[in-house]
Design a protein around this ligand. Structure first.
Ligand code: HEC
Ligand code: HEC
Length: 296
């Protein structure tokens, strides 16, 4: 009897294995007309099982065995929603956007760079990931978001100082980024900037203006807006990459797309300002000075 059970168990296992090996029998066409053969999808599936499944899970729901306790949880691919595409928040990213994330990782999270993957492996993986959210991706009628166009930086290195100054005003008075992130200027300076830009004094200050505020997101947890002189910015290291992120926003979170809300030169200015704050991470003396001045 035991022997028979074993045979049955092996038979069941064999079916499972062979079934998963040839999971996809048909080619698929995804948003933007991207064509993936059944072979590409099956190859993507096995690379995923090896490298990605421990975090992103067998079903792509982000609940892999290694996902437990991660402060920033792995993406749930079943939602078909992504944070760091080079498209306006909420639209479907292009394959190159995923390749960039795979090559560079997301700074400060468990999503590390995957430098060992070949171009073919990346293509296969990205197509396979789309199959977790068929309603969003499958079908020739589905559209990708428009790529964010990187305009010419009107400041450049030559006018960096004036960009930072302008960016500080945009950050605090025009866009009020501090309502989620935090303020980096004193009450007096805030008032001065408001007088200059809005011709209005500020007499009452939000008691929370120097704190970062946790924001609910569409992924079922809360996102902490980064404190730029301390926390990692995940998808941007350069002013240009910051320009893209500010234009695009962070999909499925409170971080909006600023394209259309701010003028193009204001987005560049605030990108320079955020970069200036990020650079303080490695400069403790100027960081301490900045934060102390803000509280005066
Ligand atoms: C050690 C855990 C871990 C592994 C392994 C891992 N990831 Fe991730 N991944 C994460 C985390 C955490 C995030 C979420 C980061 C965030 O929300 O900022 C993420 C996010 C992503 C995103 C979403 C990007 C976006 O714009 O929203 C993609 C795509 C992705 N991973 C693909 C992969 C692929 C493909 C592999 C395998 C080659 C992989 N990941 C392996 C932890 C992991
Ligand atoms: C309504 C709240 C809110 C406002 C207003 C807001 N942000 Fe954010 N921001 C967030 C949240 C939440 C995140 C973190 C998203 C995540 O990764 O889950 C974030 C992330 C970011 C990031 C990091 C992106 C990355 O790649 O990790 C940058 C840079 C940023 N914000 C800049 C700004 C600037 C500049 C402004 C004003 C022009 C601004 N934010 C206004 C909520 C906000």
């Amino acid at each position: 009897m035991k022997g028979l059970n074993l045979v049955l168990a092996i038979a069941a296992l064999t079916t499972l294995v062979s079934c998963s090996e040839s999971h996809f029998k048909e080619d698929k066409i995804f948003a933007g007309g991207v064509y993936a053969t059944a072979k590409a999808l099956n190859d993507g599936k096995s690379t995923y099982a090896e490298y990605c499944m421990p975090c992103h899970g067998v079903n792509g729901d982000g609940n892999g065995t290694s996902a437990k306790g991660l402060q920033v949880p792995p993406r749930n691919f079943k939602l078909g929603q992504y944070k760091f595409g080079n498209v306006v928040s909420g639209e479907l990213p292009h394959d190159e956007d995923f390749y960039k994330i795979l090559r560079e990782g997301l700074t400060g999270t468990a999503m590390l760079p995957w430098k060992e993957l070949s171009d073919q492996q990346m293509f296969n993986l990205v197509q396979y990931i789309k199959t977790f959210a068929p309603a969003k991706w499958e079908g020739a009628d589905k559209k990708l978001g428009d790529k964010i166009v990187i305009t010419k930086d009107p400041y450049g290195d030559a006018h960096k100082e004036s960009a930072i100054q302008r960016g500080k005003e945009v950050y605090h008075v025009v866009a009020q980024c501090w309502t989620c992130h935090r303020a980096y200027v004193s009450h007096a300076e805030f008032n001065e900037m408001s007088q200059k830009i809005n011709n209005k004094p500020v007499t009452e200050f939000d008691p929370e203006m120097f704190h970062i505020k946790l924001q609910p997101n569409d992924y079922g947890y809360s996102s902490l807006p980064p404190e730029f002189t301390y926390d990692a910015v995940r998808s941007a290291k350069t002013v240009e990459e910051l320009y893209v992120r500010l234009s695009a926003g962070v999909g499925g979170t409170a971080m909006p797309s600023w394209k259309g809300t701010l003028q193009d030169d204001e987005i560049w200015a605030v990108a320079h300002y955020v970069k200036y704050l990020m650079d303080m991470k490695t400069n403790t003396a100027s960081r301490t000075k900045l934060l102390e001045t803000a509280l005066k």
